[in-house]
Write a protein that binds this ligand. Structure first.
Ligand SMILES: [Zn+2]
Ligand SMILES: [Zn+2]
Length: 329
């Protein structure tokens, strides 16, 4: 099989070629596979020229985010799709609702494309499954040894403690985060552990709705409701908004960011993430037991992670876009 990078990963066997998470202009290929609904991965769902495969959850989340779906085809976990000699088998990737990683089987061997991956036990999604493979194509968002997240329960307790303190001062705690994934985890933390109502921005509320359709109950009050206004005037709720949103200053808000990058921030923030931290990436690689690891999605960390894998794990590794890869078992 031949693995290359052209706005996304391409796996080729003979005349047959499929793309994974292409993020702009779709290369010439038979089909595209989308791991999850975040916009840097779901671009090809709008294309009509070739079929785009994803979970139904991913398609629904992408549509509610404003993508006009082109030529979508459904995928189910552990149910493979055959495109001639290439078989693509979806497994859970632990990142957000409906997110998959793809096991790609060819007569030359097996590749695993992770998309964004999380191996920790989340409140709403199953963790990523380590699949034995020959070539592992792994995301490197936190692909440097500095990124070690504290235990999830610890971060959750700190968030609750901080929010309670802010409320006691008669102010409103606001969490800024990804509208899909982290936002729902935060709301669940408060739902499961406190009686504090959660007000969510409409861009978060519409995602909560879809989580609800798949039996992930999110207890929230939409920010545009009368109930939310009353709660905000009396400083009786926590608020969850998408990262870029700035709330009107009429209420006394105290803000905190929620992201894995928090480890690098000086301002108030919490390192709750839907990605694997560095030790989790290494553990995942060990469990997949690949002969070759291609890194991607980590900018400069692609190189850092690949070097670590070669030096400390003794497995051949380099960034996927460095050179085309020809692999045969
Ligand atoms: Zn993502
Ligand atoms: Zn991503």
């Amino acid at each position: 099989m031949r693995i290359t990078w052209e706005n996304g990963a391409l796996v080729e066997y003979g005349e047959n070629k499929v793309a994974f998470d292409p993020n702009s202009g779709i290369p010439r290929c038979r089909a595209s596979f989308v791991t999850h609904a975040h916009t840097d991965h779901s671009y090809s769902l709008r294309i009509r020229r070739i079929p785009s495969f994803s979970s139904e959850e991913t398609m629904k989340l992408a549509s509610v985010e404003g993508i006009r779906i082109g030529n979508w085809q459904p995928l189910n976990v552990n149910r493979g799709i055959k495109i001639d000699d290439i078989e693509v088998m979806p497994h859970f990737s632990g990142h957000i609702l409906g997110s998959y990683e793809f096991e790609v089987r060819t007569p030359d061997g097996v590749a695993l494309f992770t998309g964004d991956l999380n191996t920790r036990e989340g409140r709403l999604v199953k963790p990523a499954e380590a699949i034995k493979c020959d070539v592992l194509i792994i995301e490197a968002t936190y692909g440097t040894p500095e990124f070690v997240f504290p235990p999830d329960e610890e971060v959750a307790s700190e968030m609750i403690r901080w929010a309670s303190g802010v409320l006691r001062e008669n102010k409103i705690p606001v969490f800024k985060t990804d509208a899909i994934g982290n936002a729902q985890e935060i709301i669940r933390i408060f739902n499961e552990n406190t009686n504090v109502p959660v007000v969510s921005h409409w861009r978060v509320s519409r995602i909560n709705e879809i989580y609800g359709q798949y039996m992930r109950n999110i207890n929230y009050i939409d920010i545009n409701s009368r109930e939310a206004s009353a709660l905000l005037s009396s400083a009786g709720a926590v608020v969850v908004v998408p990262k870029g949103v700035n709330l009107s200053p009429e209420h006394r808000f105290t803000q905190a960011m929620v992201t894995g990058w928090a480890l690098k921030f000086r301002r108030k923030s919490f390192p709750l993430s839907d990605h694997a931290d560095f030790p989790s990436l290494i553990d995942f690689i060990e469990r997949c037991n690949p002969k070759l690891v291609l890194t991607y999605h980590g900018g400069a960390y692609n190189e850092v992670l690949a070097k670590y894998i070669e030096k400390k794990m003794g497995i051949r590794s380099y960034p996927i876009n460095l050179i085309p890869t020809n692999f045969k078992t």
